[in-house]
Design a protein around this ligand. Structure first.
Ligand code: GLP
Length: 242
């Protein structure tokens, strides 16, 4: 595992964007695994800037997002599809048909999840998977549990995640209670994994996930077993890791 403490959010974002850019430059038709949340917004801005400066070409890229709220229309401003359009896809030359987010509007969980898992496999798997970190160690929406979930599946969000994500909704009642997410197994199959985290609020979980015991109670801890992981945090999030 490569563990990098950047001096601030800007440096974390730039270094992380460079990891993705180098995969894209090496393999123009790569498959990107993408994440939402506030953490990767700066990194997406840097990728857009690189594209505008002619340094990056998304024309052959395919993308698969980690997760999506169940029951939210893709046009809902808090849907992860909307987030991706707004923060990346609408600003670069990615072919819209090559961008994939689990279909939160499909009420048939089994069909939606199986189709997503199959599509990732048929695309040849993910070349680089970007991950943020939930305060409880969740990756995608894989919440703390007794057994690492293998494939894309339906999850019931924990109260702490509903609470944390309510800041982005008008009221906590509007936060969906369920989501579709890649499994921990799906994530672990990515050839390369890139984790970003920032802010003092993530310091404890960054320490526990990458320097603590590997346990499904801290889903991100399983990444310690992946052969190619880069973790990039800002100084605050890295403050308990010396
Ligand atoms: C959400 C997403 C995760 C994300 C996490 C952290 O629950 N499902 O993919 O990593 O929140 O978000 P933030 O980056 O805003 O702290």
């Amino acid at each position: 595992m490569k563990f990098i403490i950047a001096k601030d959010y800007e440096e974390m974002s730039r270094l992380a964007a460079d990891v993705i850019a180098s995969v894209m430059n090496e393999k123009p038709d790569c498959v990107l695994g993408l994440a939402t949340g506030t953490t990767p917004i700066g990194l997406y801005q840097d990728l857009v800037k690189d594209y505008e400066e002619g340094k990056l070409d998304f024309s052959q890229v395919t993308s698969y997002n980690l997760d999506e709220y169940r029951g939210l229309d893709p046009k809902h401003p808090q849907s992860y599809r909307y987030f991706m359009q707004d923060n990346l896809f609408d600003h670069v030359n990615i072919n819209p048909e090559n961008t994939h987010v689990p279909d939160g509007a499909n009420p048939d969980a089994e069909a939606a999840c199986a189709a997503y898992e199959q599509a990732i496999n048929e695309a040849g798997g993910v070349d680089v998977q970007l991950l943020g970190l939930g305060h409880n160690g969740h990756i995608g929406f894989n919440e703390p549990c007794d057994v690492f979930p293998k494939e894309t599946h339906l999850v019931k969000l924990t109260e702490s995640t509903i609470q944390a994500n309510s800041r982005l909704f008008d009221s906590i009642d509007e936060v969906p209670r369920e989501a579709y997410t890649m499994g921990v197994g799906t994530i672990m199959h990515a050839k390369k994994i890139l984790v970003v985290a920032n802010g003092a609020g993530k310091a404890q979980i960054v320490h526990d996930a990458f320097f603590g015991e590997v346990t499904p109670q801290v889903p991100a801890s399983v990444l310690q077993f992946h052969p190619d992981v880069t973790v990039i945090v800002d100084a605050e999030a890295g403050s308990l890791c010396k």
